[in-house]
Every structure is written in structure tokens, then in C-alpha cells.
Design a protein. Structure first.
Length: 569
């Protein structure tokens, strides 16, 4: 496919291919399986997978599973599912834990080369020794241990001889470095906790920067794309890659070949881009997890959640999300994208791809008194007003129909063009009806409208062109299928729920009205459909058959988005 994007990352890739620095590019997406992916991850996925695809390269999916205790195989499956749902397929699926033996051997090499040492300082002491932005740190009293002593201690750490937190392996770099990440960062810590893949094999686990850079190098990643907060980590990333020097030390990665994992290490280049931030959204897995744990929502896939699972269940489309990422573009400038931009992308996709149907969410009965008792007929409706390839469908019509309660007003406000006493309105695809009588119950509530249908205005007849101001939708009361319709709004009632400058916490901004459950009626062709089928319900918005709860005989639909941006500001 033609390469259209011109952002700085694609330019680097293009230059590297043109200069012959790389004959093919290799990227990766490295989520930690400690939660489900969110809307922000869609950007990282679209970039790393998308660029690999555009330049005929590869992209790996790597689970960054170096934090046992916080990670779960359930999340691994969810992540795989979400990446595929977004429309991407990985070249290889890897786990950082596949490389634990390599990381260990590489750490021994660093010790032998005199650039790593075992420290006995505890976490608090280490913080104190690290210094501050304006004051250099101090060397640990253990920094000058001999290679032999360090090797012996590190092997005993690995053998499980020491308690959690009592020792760490640190890179020996520079305690006066301006970049705090270079002040002898820890590269291994003791954690006697079982790992979801390696079980009890390891009492020590590598730290993020060390594991991440070496994983990239091992997989032959050429361009390692990540978000801006890692910019300060790049010197350490490069330090690890250079000091371990995997391409020239095959003995370090021989275990991978022995295990049947094809391996051809390279020197990767880290490139940072700005995060995707969206108003009304939370893009922190920790906070999303809290919404689930504290029952603010019904799970990670609750349609109110801006997880990929939630957006999917809400009816958002992969193409709509990819369109958002294209529109937002790639730069190093941090910004917040208005949630309305996302909704606009989803509408744009659904307008083109969703068939039209009729549904009534808050019903009021309308009886056409001049049609014979029990009258029924079948009308033919186009499925898409702008695309004939969608074909047509049969829509049952009968003497009694449901209309939307709010399409009738006994005392109409100014400019109301729908139905009122003595007024006329067009019933979509049927003809013009006149409201002759308003039937009320004992409490004065309107329960039924008695109308007459002007037979001259039925479609196909010469009078069909007669103008009335309003057109309303309807469903046959006789044939309609009862449905549960879940109407969603934004989960947070303020644009920046994360900003705590108003003295409130982000949880104070959860919108309790973000979900309403309605009992409505669907035309039959909207009910007998598969879960995840998406429609535009005319005049109401885009809806999706709930992927968990929908059944043809008991339909459940979620409102994805309204037809227009009606959010009250
Ligand atoms: P959290 O802090 O919520 O746990 P994370 O960034 O630690 O999120 P990871 O699973 O480590 O989550 O993320 C995998 C990749 O996705 C990383 O490379 C990260 O840079 C990227 N990523 C995470 N959030 C965003 C975002 N909002 N926009 C773009 N990329 C993101
Ligand atoms: Mg992370
Ligand atoms: Mg994180």
C-alpha cells in the first residue's frame, strides 16, 4: 500500500531504508499484562504495527512481564484479542520472561566487565544516596566490591539466599550524572514471588529499562517506538544495549536458540512520541483497574470504559479508532484531544458502514383510525440512504405503531415540527398523519394518539410530495420486538478528571448518569441479528447488539454515539 504519512518517525524509517542502514525494519509493541489495553494504547499499536506494515517489515507483540504479582494470563489473552480486533497481526509473540536466562547471563557479563555491582543499601538508603536534581549523589559504600565478590553475591541472589530487598544489582555508571536515571540504576532486585510463566524458577527479576532494552536488542528491533516519558531513559537504554553488546556475544543468547527461538540481535534505536490524551478519558491502567475493583463500572469491558474492550462493547469500530490515530498524527508535542474528535471519527466510519433500522426507545402508541381494524402490510425500505449496495429490507407496518414519546407534544414549544394536537407529521416511508385525538389515563398522562393517515400521501402516489415540516420514525406495534437499550454517556462529567486542582479527586468526577437502561421496540430486522452487529437507528444514533447479552429473541443494544454532537457543555 502507498505510504501516505509524513511524520518524523516515518521519515527516520524511510531514511534508514534509503541509506541501507537497515534492509528491513522491525518494531514491537510491548504492553505489561497488568490490565487491559486502553484508548492510549491504540496509538502505540497503530504506530508500531502500522509502520511495520507500511514498510513491509515486522512487528512483534511482546508481553513485558517482569513484574510478577501484578500480572495475569487473563490480561495476556485480552491484549492479544484487542490487538487483533484493532486489525493487526504480530510477526512473533514474545514474553520478556522468555529472556530471563539471557538477562541473567548478560548481568554476569556486566559484573565481569566491572560495570555492575551488588549493593546492600535498602530502598530508602538508595534514595538518599541518589541525591537530587541539584545535588550530585554519593557512591554506595559497596560500589567498589571486587568482580569475584560481586559474581559470588549475584549468584547467591539468584540461588535465593537473600531476603527481598536486602540486595540489588546496580549498573555502575555515574552518581553525579545530570540524568538521575544514570545514577547507578538498579538492574535486578530480589522478589521471591512466583511468576505466571516461569513459576518459582527465579527469586530475582530484572528492572524495566534493562529488560526492555535487551529484549529489543534480542528481537532485532530496529526502531523501538515509545512515549515521551521514556526520553530520559534513552541514555540508559543505549548504555544497556552497548555494554551488553549482544550481537558480538552469542554465548549470552545461545539458550534461546536451544529453546527453538530464532534470534538475531541488533542495535535498536529508541524513538519517543507524545502520548494520546483524550478529554473525559482516563489512560492509566491503575485507575481503570480501580474503577473495576470499586464497582464504578461493571467490568473492564463496560461500555463506559475507555479500554479497547469497553469501546468495542460500546460499538466503536477498529476503523474509527484507526482514523482517530491518523487524524491526531505523530509528534513530540503533548496535547489533549477533544473527546468529540473521537466521536466524530466513529460517526464517520459508522455513517458509511452501518445499515439503517428503526427503533423506538421511549414508546407512545399511535393508532391510525382510518385503516381497517387489524390492517397490516409490508413496506420496503432502503438499508442505506447513500449506498444502494446495502439493498432493501421488509418493514412491517400496521394500524397501530409505536412512535417516540418525545415526538409528540401536547403543548408544543416554539419551533416544534413533530406531532401536536390537530397537527400533521410524516411517518417515515408511510405518509402524512394527522393527530385527531389525544387519549389520557386517569392521571392525565398521554397514553395513546388517534390519528388519520392521508391516503393521498402514501409513497408512490402523486400526493406523496406534499410538504410537512417533520418526519418521525416508528415501528409496527404488532410486529415490533421488545428490546433492552442501554444509553451511555461520558463516564466523567468533566473534561480533565485527572487534574486535581479543584480539590476533588478523579473519582469525584464519575458521572452517575452515564448509563440509562430503556425498554424499547425494534423493527424485526434489527432484532434477529448477531451480537456486535451495528446499526444506525434512524434519528437516534448508532447502536450495537451487545456482544455479551444480546439474543435474537431478547435483543440488547448499546448506544455507541448520537448522530450529532449533542454533549451539553
Ligand atoms: P499504565 O501506566 O497505564 O500502566 P503503561 O504505559 O505503563 O500504562 P504499558 O502496558 O507499559 O502501559 O504500555 C505499552 C506501550 O503503550 C508503551 O510503549 C507505552 O508507551 C504505550 N502507551 C501507553 N499509554 C499510551 C498513550 N496514552 N498514548 C500512546 N501510547 C501509550
Ligand atoms: Mg509500562
Ligand atoms: Mg505503567
Amino acid at each position: 500500500p502507498a505510504v501516505q504519512h509524513q511524520d518524523f518517525i516515518r521519515q527516520i524509517v524511510r531514511d534508514d531504508l534509503a541509506s541501507g542502514k537497515h534492509v528491513a525494519i522491525h518494531t514491537r509493541f510491548p504492553p505489561e499484562p497488568n490490565g487491559y489495553l486502553h484508548i492510549g494504547h491504540a496509538k502505540a499499536i497503530c504506530l508500531s504495527f502500522g509502520i511495520a506494515r507500511e514498510f513491509s517489515g515486522w512487528c512483534n507483540l511482546r508481553l513485558d512481564d517482569t513484574n510478577p504479582g501484578k500480572e495475569d494470563p487473563e490480561f495476556v489473552e485480552g491484549i492479544k484479542d484487542d490487538v487483533r480486533w484493532l486489525g493487526f497481526e504480530w510477526h512473533e509473540l514474545r514474553h520478556a520472561s522468555d529472556y530471563f536466562e539471557v538477562f541473567y547471563r548478560a548481568a554476569c557479563k556486566l559484573i565481569e566487565d566491572g560495570v555492575a555491582y551488588v549493593d546492600d543499601l535498602n530502598a530508602e538508603e538508595m534514595r538518599e544516596y541518589r541525591g537530587t536534581l541539584t545535588a550530585a549523589g554519593r557512591n554506595s559504600p559497596h560500589r567498589d566490591r571486587s568482580v569475584e565478590e560481586n559474581l559470588d553475591l549475584f549468584r547467591r541472589m539468584r540461588a535465593g539466599e537473600f531476603a527481598d530487598g536486602s540486595k540489588t544489582l546496580r549498573a555502575k555508571i555515574d552518581m553525579a550524572a545530570g540524568n538521575m536515571n544514570m545514577r547507578d540504576p538498579a538492574i535486578y532486585r530480589i522478589r521471591k514471588i512466583a511468576h505466571q510463566n516461569t513459576g518459582d524458577a527465579w527469586p530475582i527479576y530484572p528492572m524495566y529499562d534493562y529488560a526492555h532494552s535487551l529484549s529489543d536488542a534480542l528481537e532485532g528491533i530496529t526502531h523501538s517506538l515509545c512515549t515521551l516519558e521514556f526520553e530520559d531513559h534513552r541514555p540508559l537504554y543505549d548504555w544497556c544495549v552497548d555494554k551488553v553488546d549482544l550481537p558480538n556475544h552469542p554465548e549470552l543468547w545461545q539458550p534461546l536458540l536451544d529453546a527453538g527461538l530464532p534470534t538475531q540481535p541488533a542495535k535498536p534505536r529508541q524513538i519517543e512520541f507524545s502520548r494520546l490524551n483524550l478529554s473525559y478519558c482516563i489512560t492509566s491502567k491503575r485507575k481503570l483497574a480501580q474503577l473495576v475493583a470499586d464497582h464504578y463500572v461493571d467490568g473492564w469491558d463496560d461500555p463506559r470504559m475507555n479500554t479497547l474492550r469497553g469501546l468495542r462493547r460500546r460499538g466503536f469500530t477498529p476503523a474509527g479508532l484507526r482514523l482517530l490515530i491518523d487524524r491526531v498524527g505523530v509528534s513530540k508535542q503533548n496535547s489533549v484531544i477533544d473527546y468529540a474528535v473521537l466521536e466524530g471519527c466513529i460517526r464517520e466510519d459508522l455513517d458509511a458502514t452501518a445499515a439503517r433500522r428503526m427503533a423506538v426507545l421511549e414508546p407512545l402508541k399511535l393508532v391510525l383510525t382510518n385503516l381497517p381494524e387489524g390492517h397490516e402490510e409490508t413496506l420496503s425500505f432502503p438499508n442505506h440512504p447513500k449506498d444502494e449496495s446495502f439493498g432493501t429490507r421488509d418493514v412491517p407496518f400496521s394500524r397501530e405503531v409505536w412512535i417516540e414519546r418525545e415526538d409528540f407534544a401536547e403543548v408544543p414549544p416554539k419551533g416544534f415540527h413533530r406531532l401536536k394536537p390537530e397537527g400533521e407529521v410524516r411517518l417515515r416511508g408511510v405518509g402524512i398523519v394527522k393527530c385527531e385525538q389525544v387519549i389520557k389515563d386517569a392521571d392525565g398522562n398521554v397514553v395513546e394518539l388517534h390519528c388519520t393517515l392521508d391516503p393521498e400521501t402514501r409513497s408512490g402516489l402523486p400526493g406523496a410530495d406534499r410538504k410537512v415540516k417533520g418526519t418521525i420514525h416508528w415501528v409496527s406495534a404488532k410486529r415490533a420486538v421488545a428490546a433492552e437499550v442501554r444509553v451511555y454517556d461520558r463516564l466523567f462529567s468533566v473534561a480533565a478528571p485527572d487534574s486535581e486542582d479543584d480539590g476533588k479527586t478523579w473519582l469525584d468526577h464519575v458521572n452517575p448518569e452515564a448509563k440509562r437502561v430503556l425498554r424499547g421496540w425494534l423493527e424485526p430486522a434489527a432484532a434477529d441479528v448477531a451480537p456486535e452487529q451495528r446499526f444506525q437507528f434512524e434519528r437516534l444514533g448508532y447502536f450495537v447488539a451487545d456482544r455479551v447479552d444480546h439474543r435474537a429473541d431478547a435483543p440488547v443494544f448499546n448506544r455507541t454515539v448520537t448522530l450529532r454532537d449533542t454533549w451539553a457543555r
